[in-house]
Design a protein around this ligand. Structure first.
Ligand code: SIN
Ligand code: MN
Length: 293
């Protein structure tokens, strides 16, 4: 799937592209069917909403679950990102966010690159986010919201919020959000939220400011978030466990377009559990560690 000059221009201006119904219901079902088993496990890689058993974020399903391992190599997902970054990619982070009916809590306003820079020492913003809806997303079940064009601001000052939700995040303060929204058109398009059926996909810039509200509706809003990074821009330290910030910088090789519906061999290195090394962390950049060794 090659992006058109119009799409490239749109991405440059707005910081995101929306592809409604990119995956068929049959393809999406293969992913949805694998979620309950993943969410049922009480493991470090399932972060739950505070005070609830509902899963907020499941990390690294592509390392142990075949349908998600295939999605991580799907050409309809990888190629647009490769077009935009013009380089081979590796998987920096892989999440299945629950935002479950009645339970899903907010995600504060933030840029993802702020976290990758501050926590993982990712050198530049040459990384991209992809969201794939596994449920229909509507105005009621906590859709992702963007401030169009906010990626042009580069890295915005952020503070490390450890208290608002069960997941720590580098967040942007309200005053700055208000001015970014005003600059993006205020009530006329200053905030947008792409909505559509399960199987829709959004590609968005790692500096695009985004957030989502809580889900008080009776409808789950399960979405997969894949963060792909240019290989040359790989992270420089392992401050976070490997299931959150991956350490294998091997370029992704795509499977054929029908991979979600057919059987293809994929590596599932964590099928029998996380290796102990995946939990090891350090605040020292790893090239400095190598020099010291
Ligand atoms: C995220 O920003 O990483 C998640 C946002 C959401 O799931 O709504
Ligand atoms: Mn985010």
């Amino acid at each position: 799937m090659k992006l058109s000059p119009k799409q490239l221009e749109q991405f440059d201006r707005d910081g995101y592209l929306f592809f409604p119904s990119l995956f068929t219901p049959e393809e999406t079902r293969t992913l949805n069917d694998a979620v309950p088993e993943l969410y049922s496990r009480h493991e470090a890689w399932n972060v739950r909403e505070s005070g609830s058993d509902a899963v907020r974020t499941n990390f690294a399903a592509h390392m142990s679950s075949k349908p998600f391992a295939k999605l991580a190599r799907h050409p309809r997902m990888v190629q647009p990102v490769q077009d935009l970054l013009g380089e081979a990619l590796y998987m920096h982070q892989f999440k299945i966010n629950g935002k479950m009916a009645f339970e899903g809590a907010i995600w504060q306003w933030h840029q993802d690159y702020g976290t990758w820079m501050n926590d993982d020492m990712m050198p530049t913003e040459r990384a991209m986010n992809v969201a794939i809806f596994l449920d229909d997303v509507n105005e009621f079940n906590g859709p992702l919201m963007f401030i169009p064009g906010s990626h042009k601001k580069g890295v915005i000052e952020a503070k490390h919020d450890l208290t608002t939700t069960s997941y720590p995040l580098w967040t942007v303060d309200n005053e700055l959000i208000a001015s970014l929204v005003a600059r993006a058109g205020g009530k006329q398009g200053g905030i947008v939220s792409p909505q559509g059926p399960a199987g829709s996909m959004i590609v968005f810039h790692s500096c695009l400011v985004h957030a989502s509200t809580s889900n008080l509706s009776p409808w789950n809003r399960v979405s997969v978030y894949l963060s792909l990074c240019a290989v040359s821009n790989h992270i420089r330290r392992h401050k976070r466990p490997e299931y959150i910030a991956h350490r294998d910088f091997t370029p992704i090789t795509c499977l054929p377009d029908d991979c979600l519906l057919k059987d293809y061999p994929v590596d599932l290195p964590w099928q029998n559990g996380l290796p102990a090394t995946a939990l090891q962390t350090s605040t020292t950049p790893f090239d400095e560690m190598k020099q010291a060794a």
